[in-house]
Every structure is written in structure tokens, then in C-alpha cells.
Write a protein that binds this ligand. Structure first.
Ligand code: FMN
Length: 346
């Protein structure tokens, strides 16, 4: 069956209307490869990449921009407050293989906003527009912008900004339908997505609180957005992400994952992240080589919060969570998860 709701971002074809959100410490290459294999979103985004860090040559930050052909189309998201630095980072993102360069104007955390980047730009429309203009001029690939509704509740700044970005050459907008001051409090107000849809011609992704196929379909229907961006619901649950994509295509959910499948996917996630951390393309090599012990430790630590979520909701899962959050090797994770599955099978 032909996928429904395909759309284009500039010349980039997006095959279905499900989009994986950019998420710091989550939507790394390991997670994206698993999401692609199981859920096949039409488009995915990297974690945000600091233009400042790239400018000063932080190796760890360059790693975030590695692109594998299996993940395409992929947007690399960048953030910063200095137009020339943003243009420079956009050029590097393009040279690393980005299909799209996305500019973050939605991050509300003080560490980012106090540098004038992220959602803080919503308070400075001239600078925000200048950044979009410079980034558009710097690259051939389409440039997109992810915004929140505005800084404070009092001002729905997104429509005016979005029109300026569209005129500056942006090829798509994403609206996380909360105000920056809200953080993650309250609900996303989807009526704001509908209002923004009416204000611009370029594609618009709706974002905020989509946790099920039903909610995704409702967002698409009620707001008229072109695609639905999903963040938190996708963390350690590629099967829910798959069901959301199927729902958007008018299809029933797929089979629920077995316990074995969840555990093997959790282990695959760890192995892939070791490979990403070790900057090798073969994860078996990364796991087997003693040279990559550091990468294994880093990956295991980074996923301490996410691996337990693979078995969340299962009876007894909360009892093993503490043990899982102390693992430093893949073998330790596997031993605990295998024990958990064995006890449940009795
Ligand atoms: C752990 C985490 C990290 C995030 N990192 C980013 C980021 O790097 N860039 C960005 O634009 N948004 C980031 N976000 C916001 C998400 O992209 C998304 O806008 C938000 O979670 C709302 O969508 P949801 O309700 O589907 O989770 C992050 C969210 C979470 C939970």
C-alpha cells in the first residue's frame, strides 16, 4: 500500500508523516538505527549540536553528526546564537551528510538559553531571522527550524517568526506547542499548531504529547499539519513508534514485542552505542576490542536511564531497575535482563 501523507522538505522526499524528534542524549545514531529498522519514520533528527562546540573543535560533538545511509533522510539539528558560527556549523553538518539542517529555537533549558540560543531566540526576532538567512545561504540542503509557541504565555510569537523564516528560505517548521516558560509542564496546545498552519505555506510538523496512534491521527486531522513529530513516547519503545506510523497510514498496530525481542533490542541498542562511541562501523569489533573498553563504559552509562524502560510495565521490572542503573558492561546488562526473563518464564 502506498504510504499516505508523504511530503517534501525542499527536494527531500519524506515517505510518511511520522517524524522522530531531536532528543539530546537519546536520538543518537544507535537509537535512530533501531527506530528506523523497527518503526521506519519518514524523517529523523539528531540530538542538537552546539555551534560553539563545533567552532572550538570538540571531538565529542562532531561524533553527533555522523550519518549512516540507513538513517536517511536525516536532519542534523544545530543550535547557537551567533549567525556566522551557525553558518559554519551548517556547512560542516552538510559535509557530514545531513539531508536537512534544522535550527533549534525550542530548547528552554537555562544552560542553553542563557547563551542566547534555543528558545531564547524567540525573544529576538531580528537575530533569529538573521541566523536563518545566514544558514540558508551557507548550504545547499533544505534548512528547517524547530520552535516553541513563544517565550512567555502572553505572546504567541511563532506565526510572525515563521513568516519571516519562510521568507528567509526555510523549507519547513516544527512547532512544539508549548511556550518556553512552560518547560514540559501542562499540555501542548494543539490549536496553536492549527493557527500556525494557516500562517505559512511551507510544511509544518506538529509536536507535543503524541503518545499513541490515535493521538497522532487526531493531531494530523485537527491541526492540518503535514507530519507528526514524536519524542518521549519513542524512548526505548520503537514498537510504539511503529504503531504510530502504522496508525498514520490507516493500518492496525503490529504485534506486541515479546520479552525476548525487547531484551535483544535493548542489547542491540547498547552494542550500537558502543560502536558510535568508539567511532567504528562494526559494533562487534567495538565490543570485542579491549581498546574500546572506554566506549563500552560510556555507552553503558549513557543508557542507564533508557535500558530499564525496555521492560517497563512488566511485573517485577521496578525491582531490577536499580540494578540496571549500575551496569558498566553489556555482559552485566545481559545477565540481569536474562535473569529477569527467566524468572518470568517460570
Ligand atoms: C530527553 C529529551 C531531549 C530533548 N532534546 C532536544 C533537542 O536536542 N532538540 C530539540 O529541538 N528538542 C529536544 N527535545 C524536545 C523534543 O524534541 C520534543 O519537542 C518534546 O519532547 C515534545 O515532544 P513529545 O511530547 O513527543 O516528547 C528533547 C526532549 C527530551 C525529552
Amino acid at each position: 500500500m502506498a504510504p499516505t501523507h508523504a511530503f517534501k522538505v525542499g527536494e527531500i522526499a519524506v515517505q510518511n508523516s511520522l517524524v522522530l524528534a531531536p532528543m539530546e542524549d537519546v536520538s543518537n545514531q544507535a537509537m535512530r538505527l533501531i527506530a528506523k529498522r523497527i518503526a521506519n519514520p519518514g524523517l529523523m533528527f539528531t540530538e542538537f549540536v552546539s555551534a560553539m562546540a563545533i567552532h572550538y573543535g570538540a571531538v565529542k560533538t562532531f561524533r553527533k553528526m555522523r550519518v549512516h545511509d540507513l538513517e536517511r533522510p536525516l536532519g542534523i539539528q544545530i543550535f547557537g546564537a551567533e549567525p556566522d558560527m551557525m553558518a559554519e556549523t551548517a556547512r560542516i553538518a552538510e559535509s557530514m551528510g545531513a539531508d536537512i539542517v534544522d535550527i533549534n529555537m525550542g530548547c528552554w533549558v537555562p544552560k542553553v538559553c542563557k547563551t542566547g540560543s534555543g528558545a531564547s531566540l524567540l525573544k529576538d526576532p531580528d537575530l533569529a531571522e538573521q541566523i536563518v538567512t545566514k544558514v540558508v545561504q551557507a548550504v545547499q540542503v533544505p534548512v528547517t527550524v524547530k520552535v516553541r509557541a513563544g517565550w512567555d504565555y502572553s505572546l504567541f510569537a511563532a506565526p510572525e517568526l515563521a513568516r519571516r523564516f519562510e521568507n528567509a528560505g526555510a523549507k519547513m517548521l516544527t512547532l512544539h506547542a508549548r511556550f518556553a516558560k512552560q518547560g514540559f509542564d501542562g499540555h501542548a496546545d494543539w490549536t496553536l499548531i492549527e493557527q500556525l498552519r494557516a500562517a505559512i505555506k511551507i510544511p509544518l510538523l506538529g509536536n507535543g504529547d503524541v503518545r499513541s496512534p490515535e493521538l497522532a491521527c487526531r493531531m494530523l486531522r485537527e491541526t492540518g499539519c503535514d507530519g507528526v513529530m514524536v519524542g518521549r513516547a519513542a524512548i526505548s519503545n520503537p514498537w510504539l513508534l511503529r504503531d504510530i506510523r502504522l496508525g498514520l497510514e490507516g493500518l492496525p498496530p503490529g504485534p506486541a514485542p515479546t520479552m525476548r525481542e525487547r531484551i535483544e533490542t535493548a542489547i542491540e541498542h547498547l552494542q550500537l552505542l558502543v560502536a558510535v562511541e568508539a567511532e567504528v562501523d562494526n559494533y562487534e569489533m567495538a565490543v570485542d576490542s579491549p581498546r574500546h573498553a572506554d566506549a563500552e563504559l560510556r555507552a553503558c552509562r549513557a543508557l542507564r536511564g533508557q535500558i530499564p524502560l525496555y521492560i517497563k510495565g512488566e511485573p517485577g521490572a521496578s525491582q531490577v531497575r536499580d540494578r540496571l542503573t549500575r551496569c558498566s558492561t553489556i555482559d552485566e546488562y545481559r545477565a540481569i535482563l536474562d535473569d529477569f526473563a527467566a524468572v518470568r518464564a517460570i
